[in-house]
Design a protein around this ligand. Structure first.
Ligand code: ADE
Length: 322
């Protein structure tokens, strides 16, 4: 992970970051680049230095670069915010440091980049066409797995972390391809949201997860029809989530806290296991996210199962559990 601190505009030369220092912001030929512009780069310490995201960096599959917005201020106090025009609570992130940070990353205003999208061809791909700039804000469109999948196809993703009351709207209008929210609640800033977008996106890049197919089988995974051919005869966590939530998982010991692992998972009958898991997916989705069922890829068998579950649950008043 590369951190550009406020005091020192360019990182010190070490064996590890020598390439980046020599060419501060080249487009990566090997991995997807995530550029995070923030006033709190320290918030990311730890998040990108562990687990899958760290391994992906070590393996050159992704690059995460943090850019301290204060590095792009020119006053003694390194001011990044100002009072809102028209009055009101809080402070707004000023446009100039953000525009300068983006320029330092070679990011042109949208209008120019959109020309590159139009001119982009397979034989002469334009890097601007493989780049997106996203503003993290509570006002954004909701982030979801389908968008993570789209973003994972890019070469470069620039994430602007909003703070205070927000970001001067002209930055949004001039540079941002999308305003994105991770949920209907207000965070203190876009940093945690940016970390979530990086995590959810990078794990969909081929090669990042040990098991290539494993992200397909999780909650919100692609429909069975799309991955059937990948799994033919593979006796493991078969079949895509098809837009449903994942099924419950069990590991050793077979009995814990007085609860036994369902017998079906212990007997090695993979057809039975597949059926049981599918039923559990339907049950969990029905209980926790019934809205997903509307767009889920459901087979005739699924619908029959669902009818049976609905019949069963109609006999129980779910409010009794709360
Ligand atoms: N900043 C503040 N709240 C946010 C949210 N819910 N999603 C993304 N960025 C945010």
């Amino acid at each position: 992970m590369f951190v550009r601190k406020a005091r020192n505009r360019y990182p010190t030369l070490t064996a590890k970051n020598a390439v980046k220092v020599g060419h501060p912001f080249p487009l990566s030929s090997t991995g997807m680049q995530f550029e995070i512009v923030t006033i709190f780069p320290g918030l990311f310490t730890g998040i990108f230095e562990n687990g899958v995201v760290q391994r992906a960096q070590t393996n050159g599959l992704i690059e995460v670069n943090l850019h301290d917005l204060r590095a792009f201020t020119h006053d003694r106090h390194r001011t990044v915010d100002d009072r809102p025009f028209g009055g009101g609570e809080g402070m707004v992130l000023k446009p100039e440091p953000l525009a300068e940070a983006l320029a330092s990353l070679g990011i042109q205003p949208k209008a120019e980049r959109y020309r590159a999208f139009q001119e982009d061809t397979e034989s002469a791909p334009d890097p601007a066409a493989r780049t997106r700039v996203i503003l993290l804000s509570a006002q954004g469109r909701p982030f979801a797995q389908a968008l993570a999948r789209e973003l994972s196809q890019l070469d470069r993703l620039v994430l602007l972390c909003g703070r205070y009351e927000g970001v001067d709207e002209r930055i949004n209008q001039l540079y941002c391809d999308m305003e994105l929210s991770i949920g209907d609640y207000v965070l203190s800033g876009g940093e945690l949201a940016a970390a979530i977008v990086v995590d959810a996106t990078m794990r969909l890049i081929p090669g990042v997860l040990g098991n290539e197919a494993s992200s397909e089988f999780e909650s919100f995974g692609v429909a069975d029809a799309e991955i059937d051919t990948d799994v033919e005869g593979v006796p493991r966590s078969q079949y895509g989530a098809g837009g449903l939530l994942d099924y419950p998982h069990f590991t050793r010991p077979a009995e814990f806290g007085g609860i036994s692992t369902p017998e079906v998972l212990l007997n090695g009958d993979h057809k039975q296991i597949r059926l049981w898991r599918r039923e559990q997916q339907l049950r969990k989705t029905l209980a926790n996210r019934p809205d997903l069922l509307e767009h889920a890829a459901l087979s005739r068998e699924d619908r029959k199962l669902l009818d049976r579950i609905l019949q069963e649950t109609s006999e129980i008043d779910p409010r009794a559990f709360f």
